[in-house]
Write a protein that binds this ligand. Structure first.
Ligand SMILES: Cc1cc2nc3c(=O)[nH]c(=O)nc-3n(C[C@H](O)[C@H](O)[C@H](O)COP(=O)(O)OP(=O)(O)OC[C@H]3O[C@@H](n4cnc5c(N)ncnc54)[C@H](O)[C@@H]3O)c2cc1C
Length: 427
């Protein structure tokens, strides 16, 4: 068994994190199998905002949120929402979230986030180059718009980003209009992040990367992994067929990587690890007209983003705590439309008006209260690795997270020290 399985890696979860990890392992000579009940790149990784957001260096546990907390809990149409029925289940997550607002925690978490952000786009350029997919990444920067915030406060934010080494400029309204002529009258100023990018469609990106993985000899099975058992020389993964739940099977691998996004917690638990993983559900609404903007345009005050994609303009954002199984509340997607209309000029709005069909989508961000993903070897297991919890930045971190885990699994020296990202921090 030993010689047969030693170079075989099984990956549980075929989102952008699992797919990028799979290709990076393949490049290091491993025989890789992706296992997923829902297909390749169909969950959070398919409908996100497509923004390679390496400027987002601050953890989500921002003390500035504190005064807004009552509104968060009460306003069903606010950008953050905890469904009342889920409140008690979300409470432990929120208590840890509050603890991570302490300045020393925030500095530590920000450092770990920045280490990934700095490498995120160069790692994609390399990976996409290898896969012949360079054109999938557009490096046109992004804009963060402001409507009512005072200039002095915007400049404080500018200084905070600059202090973290982010490439950012303050743009007056007139300067911003040169970049995005469709901005409406309400936009008073912008921050322009020149070094970030976006893709034409994250689902297409996942599909093309997965095609490359399969062409290179990778294997994919549509199954749900149920139980993981580690032996001296192998790991047994008991799986159940996604089509026919009666069909159970045992698969053996030399190593297992758990990258099941928001669904990773039961695996950690069955192996004996605690992890405060929850899902921040998010929504998108597609407006079929796509020639309105040239780059992602976000709103600091309205907390959403508009990204031009091949299928139209994607309006995305909002955070909802309601667990993995509650039915989507698509009014949270619909509420993005008035926000978009408020940010665009009349000419752009004319294009909105002729469109009547708007596709709606909900996805489950895998989030930890410190905004830091769980990456690296399971502390008490020799053959089991984790790569999950990439919160709002999982698309951005796909290539770097894949590379770091492949380095760890293959025993190469790692580009960054993975210990601070270990699940050990919760155990
Ligand atoms: C509205 C919205 C906008 C976003 N915008 C951005 C953005 O602009 N930029 C950015 O960087 N990030 C963004 N994100 C976040 C990003 O989408 C996620 O962080 C990322 O997709 C997570 O990738 P993943 O591979 O870990 O998870 P997923 O893509 O969810 O993949 C996890 C996989 O695990 C599988 N799975 C579940 N159970 C099992 C099991 N038992 N066995 C095996 N497999 C299993 C699931 O079927 C799924 O395919 C956004 C998210 C949302 C919701």
């Amino acid at each position: 068994m030993h010689t047969m399985v030693v170079k075989k890696v099984g990956i549980l979860g075929a989102g952008i994190i699992g797919i990028c990890s799979a290709i990076e392992l393949q490049r290091r000579g491993f025989q890789v199998t992706l296992l997923d009940p829902k297909g390749l790149g169909t969950q959070a990784s398919s409908g996100n905002a497509g923004h390679f957001a390496s400027e987002q260096v601050f953890p989500l546990a921002d003390p500035a949120l504190l005064p807004q907390l009552p509104k968060i809990l009460l306003d069903p149409k606010g950008p953050f929402r905890v469904r009342p029925a889920y409140f008690l289940r979300a409470l432990p997550w929120f208590l840890r979230f509050l603890w991570n607002m302490l300045p020393s925690r925030a500095r530590h978490n920000s450092h770990l986030i920045r280490q990934l952000n700095e490498r995120a786009i160069p790692c994609y350029q390399e990976l996409l180059g290898v896969c012949g997919l360079k054109g999938e990444l557009q490096l046109s920067g992004s804009l963060l718009t402001f409507e009512k915030t005072a200039e002095a406060d915007i400049k404080k934010q500018l200084a905070a980003f600059q202090a973290e080494g982010v490439a950012v400029e303050y743009l007056t309204r007139a300067e911003a209009l040169h970049l995005e002529p469709a901005l409406g009258d309400s936009v008073s100023a912008c921050l322009y992040f020149s070094d970030v990018g976006h893709c034409h469609d994250p689902a297409t990106l996942c599909r093309k990367l997965a095609d490359y993985f399969l062409e290179q000899g990778g294997t994919f099975h549509t199954v749900s992994a149920e139980k993981i058992t580690e032996f001296q020389t192998s790991v047994k993964v008991s799986v159940v067929s996604a089509e026919d739940e009666q069909v159970h099977k045992d698969l053996f691998f030399g190593k297992i990587l758990i990258s099941s996004g928001a669904w990773s917690k039961p695996f950690a638990r069955q192996l004996g690890y605690r992890v405060p993983l929850d899902t921040e559900r998010g929504y998108h609404l597609m407006v079929p007209e796509h020639r309105i903007l040239s780059r992602p345009v976000a709103s600091a005050e309205r907390k959403f983003i508009m990204t031009p994609m091949s299928g139209g303009l994607r309006l995305a954002g909002t955070v909802e705590f309601a667990g993995l199984d509650a039915a989507p509340d698509y009014s949270r997607a619909d509420m993005l439309l008035p926000h978009a209309k408020a940010l665009l000029n009349n000419e752009a709005l004319e294009k909105f008006r002729v469109q009547d069909h708007h596709e709606r989508w909900m996805g489950c961000r895998p989030s930890l209260p410190d905004s830091v993903p769980v990456m690296g070897k399971a502390p008490n297991h020799k053959r089991i690795y984790f790569n999950f919890g990439h919160q709002h930045l999982g698309l951005t971190w796909g290539a770097v997270a894949g590379k770091l885990l492949a380095q760890d699994i293959s025993g190469e020296s790692s580009d960054i020290e993975l210990q601070p990202y270990s699940i050990a921090r919760f155990n």
